[in-house]
Design a protein. Structure first.
Length: 129
């Protein structure tokens, strides 16, 4: 599976990493795996790391479809780490579609993983899990 994840209950954080080629099927499987994991809590924050993606096999309609469903709840913070122009643009497209879908989580796209993690943890410390 091109996605792996770790649930850090202490920091109320899901650390998701994508490897290799990313497809719509992979996104659905990742969402399903998380929701079926007893350690998952929809109020947690998420760091979604795309630094190991080698190919994106998603079009704009698939990104819209992916954005139409979120397993995270209102108040969750989601940081996407997108180091390339392509991944950054696709992540921003996802962010725009989530907004149009009425997404209530806060989503931000970063080029640097450390900066993304600092943003997520700062929000947790402020009580904005």
């Amino acid at each position: 599976m091109p996605f792996s994840y770790v649930i850090d209950r202490e920091r109320r954080l899901v650390l998701s990493t994508v490897y290799g080629e990313m497809t719509m099927r992979d996104i659905r499987e990742h969402q399903t795996a998380l929701t079926q994991d007893a350690g998952f809590d929809s109020t947690f924050n998420q760091l979604l790391d795309f630094t190991r993606v080698t190919k994106v096999s998603l079009g704009s309609e698939e990104i819209r479809t992916a954005a139409s469903r979120s397993i995270f709840s209102r108040g969750s913070r989601r940081a996407f780490v997108a180091p390339t122009a392509e991944l950054f643009g696709l992540s921003r497209m996802f962010e725009a579609y989530r907004e149009l879908e009425g997404g209530e989580e806060t989503l931000q796209v970063f080029k640097d993983r450390g900066e993304a993690l600092r943003w997520l943890l700062k929000g947790s410390e402020a009580g904005q899990c």
